[in-house]
Design a protein around this ligand. Structure first.
Ligand SMILES: [Zn+2]
Length: 264
């Protein structure tokens, strides 16, 4: 496998029951269940393992009433990845479900958009509507990491690793970024919360947690521009991902292979 090509995994670590109206600005005429999954992602080849996002801890799951299945970081071992050896973790944004277990990577650098740090430490956090998605201890912890020279800040798009690019999108959170990673089936776009579900992007109806709605709509266009086909875009929270992609053998219901073509 060339150094700029990766195997890419989505690892599901938590879920929650929800209804359709909770996932679209303006609600939804159909009052039906629409559960949500929580993932971290891993990009792996012979040279390196790069992690996208770190999930949340069990105490936070309890506080926020999420169904916690397993520690997202400890679960990396199921894919043969030792968190203690991971050198690079990309953080899509600082919401609680994407950064919560950063302290379990003892030597990693965290790759973050500078605007996201400004957002999480700035004037908008006066508003419960916006700060609700952050855990202050996570934010403080990342500030400490910055003081320890363990945060790599970007202002816009970046290409920090062979075959992997980061794309500043904003919208859902001020400094949200997504990842495009080269695989055997072409570039795969790990959208994270640029689109929570396939349906947010496909119907042009943004998710309810929003910093800038126009930025979210532009984000859907950005995903489509970055991906060769819609089959190469992986939403951040959609249970469909577990159904559409082949499971890692032996890890059915836990991890799927995104470098393979969808099966459904
Ligand atoms: Zn999220």
């Amino acid at each position: 496998m060339p150094a700029d090509e990766y195997r890419v995994y989505a690892l599901r670590y938590a879920m929650r029951e929800a209804r359709r109206h909770e996932h679209f600005i303006g609600g939804d005429p159909h009052d039906a269940p629409m559960p949500m999954d929580y993932f971290v992602w891993a990009m792996v080849n012979e040279d390196r393992a790069i992690i996208l996002d770190t999930g949340f801890t069990e105490p936070v799951a309890r506080k926020r009433k999420r169904a916690w299945m397993r520690c997202p970081v400890d679960s990396l071992a199921l894919l043969g990845i030792d968190p203690a050896a991971v050198e690079d973790v990309v953080i899509s944004h600082l919401h609680y479900d994407h950064v919560g277990t950063f302290h379990k990577f003892p030597k990693a650098r965290f790759h973050l958009q500078e605007q996201e740090m400004h957002y999480a430490c700035g004037r908008y956090m006066r508003y419960p509507r916006l700060r609700h998605s952050f855990e202050v201890e996570d934010v403080v912890g990342i500030v400490r990491m910055a003081y320890a020279d363990r945060v790599v800040f970007y202002t816009g798009d970046a290409d920090p690793f062979p075959g992997i690019t980061l794309h500043a999108v904003g919208g859902h959170s001020m400094g949200l970024q997504c990842v495009r990673v080269n695989t055997a089936r072409g570039p795969v776009v790990l959208a994270s919360d640029v689109t929570h579900f396939y349906e947010n992007m496909d119907s042009g109806r943004p998710f309810t947690t929003a910093f800038h709605v126009g930025g979210m709509l532009e984000g859907y266009d950005r995903l489509r521009a970055l991906a060769p086909t819609s089959n190469h875009i992986v939403p951040g929270h959609d249970p469909e991902v577990m159904r559409r992609y082949p499971a890692v053998p032996g890890l059915e219901g836990i991890a799927v292979e995104l470098h393979r073509d969808p099966i459904a």
